[in-house]
Design a protein around this ligand. Structure first.
Ligand code: MIC
Ligand code: SF4
Length: 650
């Protein structure tokens, strides 16, 4: 029996376990990436684990998230990241060099390799044929130290692309169409593999737009074959030597096959407040727009920016719209500066934003109260833009420019009806200048790691107590994202200072949560979070586990939970429990006093847990499915404690 692409790459990297959907396996990681918002914690943990050098083929530390904001905190973080990278053998991409996923694709991605990144959009690398997975910083720290990455062997969903995209319909519409089919939850055990006759119509950056937003499907990752298009992209990057062909065997099998005929697709948008809330643009036509933003790791490639420039050329942005353009990498910014496209964008009246995450993470360009914002980014969770009352729509660059010019949401096919669709080909040669990527020191003993006052110690946890004796400190609903748990935006600068950042846990859900939780902790009362479906959707930020751990949260009881967040909870010693009977969710309220008896022994023996409510003795059965490795982590109070125990460290 032949193999699909996923099986080929995974099986070639297995270090423990055996292929077969659902089996616990460990894989070797060839490359890692971190970004600054998750990176400081990752390197602090790398240090705490006692490693002295990275053992991967390549590890890169990017600074792209916290590039603005007042105060010294970000700059402290950047200096720590630069010096820690120099010491331990990591490349350091300076702020201004671009967004991690785009730069990685351009300069380092290699077909057939594995990449683990401390950011949920790491699957962007699937566009160049990598198995690229997002994880918490601690998992990345372990991989940098040469450890395996542990996961459940995936189901493989094939998405067969046929036909050809019509003018004005582009890669973003393909992934929005798939989001319409698969939704944003229930896909955590799968990897999407693209195939079909239309694949060779798509350039690597277009493929990367599609795999990038696979993160919103909640899948482990997504991957494209590596073919002539991949070779020409690598050649244009001066890296033809990194090319390797990658295709599924003719008799490969899949767990599910979905066919999308590209010629039938029309332009779409994800409506507020979920990337899965997809509608055709023609149904939204006429909605007044205040802001349009082109950028983010999803749609800020050479093709996207050149297309934006071609459509803006000779025109002016509507007086009622603020258009912002954030180019995804310095390579593309330099190219469009030299070829004149940037001048067309400026002349049309756009604001040129920094080549960084910026508006996407909500730390700049927050729209006005009640604004409608059309963005090419990948997430429109409630409040993420920095303005809770804003309505954010996610769409293609074509649609964002149509909105900027007309002041309304419009289907680009109809709005640009009298114009020829610009065809933007990958150039033969990109401008190659890696001078903003600093090499590690040849003599690590000479490097002093600089730790400003914003750099705290990673907090420690106690071992799992035998009885979890506590209360439901908060009860939240369905689809609680990591943005709800741990807001980014203006709070982002505290990422390296857990004590301070923990003040903002569930800030928007209940601003009293942090204080109440800390009071409970001081009195020896354990905190328990109760949640509905898909708890922890969205980002890989492990702060959504570390800060609750710091506040004394011992267990999350949810109807269902997302993959990366569940792994982060385990890494920090918080029990990820599910209701055996989903209807029990309704029976619990915030403030209920609950005891989970004999938790330690039961987890150790693999027995089910029960939570008992003190007031009336109501007993609720919990499902806690843990691999042996996860059990050890929970019992030890997290991965760092477990590693210290096994290394005999104090
Ligand atoms: C995001 O898009 O939400 C982020 C910010 O890039 C996060 C990482 C983080 O929380 O720092 C992600 O996607 O993992
Ligand atoms: Fe940055 Fe936004 Fe991409 Fe996250 S999704 S890496 S914040 S550009």
């Amino acid at each position: 029996m032949g193999k699909n692409i996923v099986q080929k790459i995974l099986d070639g990297h297995l270090v423990s376990g055996a292929p077969g959907a659902g089996n616990a396996v460990g894989i070797k990681i060839d490359q890692t990436l971190t970004q600054d918002a998750t990176g400081t914690m990752a390197y602090l943990q790398f240090e705490a684990l006692g490693f002295d050098r990275v053992k991967t083929e390549l590890s890169v530390s990017y600074v792209d998230h916290n590039t603005v904001q007042d105060g010294f905190e970000n700059a402290d973080d950047h200096k720590y990241l630069e010096t820690v990278a120099a010491k331990y053998g990591v490349l350091f991409s300076k702020p201004g060099n671009g967004i991690c996923h785009q730069v990685h694709l351009e300069r380092f991605g290699k077909p057939g390799k594995t990449l683990l990144g401390s950011d949920s959009h790491t699957p962007t690398g699937g566009g160049i044929g990598m198995i690229a997975i997002g994880a918490g910083g601690l998992d990345v720290a372990v991989a940098m130290g040469g450890g395996a990455f542990n996961l459940s062997y995936p189901r493989v969903v094939k998405v067969e692309l046929t036909g050809a995209l019509r003018p004005w319909v582009s890669a973003k519409d393909v992934i929005l169409a798939l989001l319409e089919i698969l939704g944003t939850k229930g896909n955590a055990d799968s990897i999407v593999e693209y195939g079909g006759t239309a694949v060779n119509e798509l350039s690597v950056p277009e493929r990367a737009t599609i795999t990038n937003m696979g993160a919103e499907l909640g899948v482990i990752t997504s991957v494209f074959p590596s073919d002539d298009k991949t070779r020409s992209f690598l050649k244009a990057q001066g890296r033809e030597g990194d090319f390797a062909a990658l295709a599924a065997d003719a008799d490969a099998s899949y767990d599910r096959v979905i066919e999308i005929d590209l010629s039938k697709l029309s332009a779409r948008a994800a409506c507020p407040h979920s990337p899965g809330n997809v509608k055709k643009l023609s149904e939204l036509s006429g909605i007044k727009v205040d802001q349009a933003l082109v950028g983010s790791c999803t749609n800020a490639s050479y093709r996207d920016i050149m297309l934006t420039a071609a459509l803006l050329k000779g025109r002016k942005v509507s007086p009622s719209v603020s258009l912002g353009v954030a180019v995804g990498s310095r390579q593309v910014l330099e190219t469009v500066s030299r070829n004149g496209a940037l001048a067309d964008i400026v002349s049309a009246g756009a604001r040129i934003l920094e080549s960084a995450c910026g508006f996407c993470i909500g730390n700049s360009a927050a729209p006005r109260t009640d604004a409608v914002s059309v963005r090419t980014s990948n997430r429109n969770f409630f409040g993420r833009s920095g303005t809770p009352s804003a309505q954010v729509y996610l769409a293609s660059p074509e649609a964002a420019v149509a909105a900027a010019l007309s002041g309304e949401i419009r289907d680009p096919q109809e709005f640009f009806a009298n114009q020829e669709y610009p065809q933007i080909a990958v150039p033969d040669n990109f401008i190659i200048d890696d001078s903003m990527i600093l090499k590690p020191s040849a003599d690590p003993s000479k490097v002093t790691i600089v730790r400003g006052p914003n750099i705290g110690d990673p907090p420690s946890n106690e071992a799992c107590p035998n009885n979890i004796d506590g209360r439901v400190t908060i009860k939240v609903g369905d689809k609680i994202t990591t943005d709800h748990i741990m807001p980014a935006g203006s709070r982002l600068k505290y990422r390296s200072n857990i004590k301070k950042y923990a003040e903002f846990v569930f800030e928007r859900e209940d601003p009293t949560f942090s204080k109440r939780a800390l009071n409970n902790k001081e009195k020896g009362v354990h905190n328990i979070i109760v949640a509905g479906e898909s708890y922890g959707q969205g980002s890989s930020r492990e702060h959504a586990a570390i800060c609750p751990m710091y506040l004394g949260v011992k267990a999350v009881i949810a109807v269902s939970m997302e993959r990366i967040h569940r792994a982060n909870l385990v890494n920090f010693g918080i029990i990820p429990a599910l209701f055996e009977n989903a209807a029990d969710y309704a029976k619990l309220s915030g403030g209920d006093e609950l005891t989970i008896y004999d938790a330690r022994n039961r987890i150790n023996n693999g027995d089910p847990l029960t939570a008992v409510r003190k007031s009336d003795g109501l007993s609720i059965n919990l499902k806690v499915e843990l691999t042996d490795r996860e059990k050890e982590m929970i019992l030890a109070g997290g991965l760092i404690n477990r590693c210290r125990e096994s290394a005999g460290m104090p």
